[in-house]
Design a protein around this ligand. Sequence first.
Ligand code: ADP
Ligand code: MG
Length: 349
Amino acid sequence: MEVRVSNVRKEFDRFPALRDVSLDIRSGELIALLGPSGSGKTTLLRLIAGLERPTRGTIFFGDEDASNRTIQERNVGFVFQHYALFRHMTVADNIGFGLKVRPSAKRPTRAEIRRRASELLDLVQLGGLEKRYPAQLSGGQRQRVALARAMAIEPKVLLLDEPFGALDAQVRRELRRWLREIHDATGHTTIFVTHDQEEALELADRVVVMSQGRIEQIGTADEVYDTPNSPFVYGFIGESSSLPVKVEDGQVWISDRPIGLATPELADGEAILYFRPHDIELLEECNGCIAGTVAASRRVAGTRRVELEIGGSRERIEIELPVGHPAAQKSRVAFRPKRWKVFPKAVEG
Ligand code: ADP
Ligand code: MG
């Protein structure tokens, strides 16, 4: 099922949790809503589920306006961060629950429900655990059962709200890969909420970056990582370095010197240059480049982070070099960012 969110606003007591959100989710797509806490991810998911009504705007399921449909009518599967399994029910009964509570005309027989629960347990690689109770499972196993339960109703859309958020890092990484495999095998349209950029970038077909109730950018992992379209995305996804600069005559300047970066589309004025610390070209001579004095350096995993004091600006900036790179031993380093973007100062932050 294809889901379309069109100009949706959601207020809670006048507070806009979502400001003006539009988003097209393709059928069979695995999409991640990524943003810091409070950015509106859960609210958007609950609106798609039908657990909340938009203050303004429309949500379509396929061609149909679903805005006033209940969660049952929308037929969505939901998994929350904190295991919402029924403690007093076995695993099989948990998975079959959504089928069992259907009106009798649509309810499968008990044998069918049992068979379906077993199939789903095999799918989530927990075959044979039908008779266990949630307390007898690990956290990761419980979330797999929760996913099996959400899939049991054959939902049009699967909605997952930080489903691995309460698990430790190792288990999270395993479940991430596992979820991708399950998704590829079943082809459910899936919306996955996370505040963990690594999780979103690894898992999703497309990532929706959210901040303060707005969508900042929508794109593949490569697109949002390689070409962030706002200072927020630069800062939120991956590492970034930034430096106050000036735009004059379509050129980027640091104090009284152009640094060899052209920005014909930007108006003159104060601005901020952003780039990835590792995505730079070191230069022997500085004829239009960024040059600085090495102020500090430290090893971070397999690389060396070098802090440069930029000549004539009293600003410091970080670049990243391979461990053992000769430039890290020098006192003066000149470079040019390979990929970069300049934003006018007024819109920063
Ligand atoms: P996220 O899931 O990204 O952390 P939420 O969607 O939960 O963000 O919340 C977005 C904003 O809306 C937050 O400021 C939150 O406090 C507010 N909010 C969410 N739900 C409610 C509610 N039921 N009543 C009042 N404010 C809410
Ligand atoms: Mg949330």
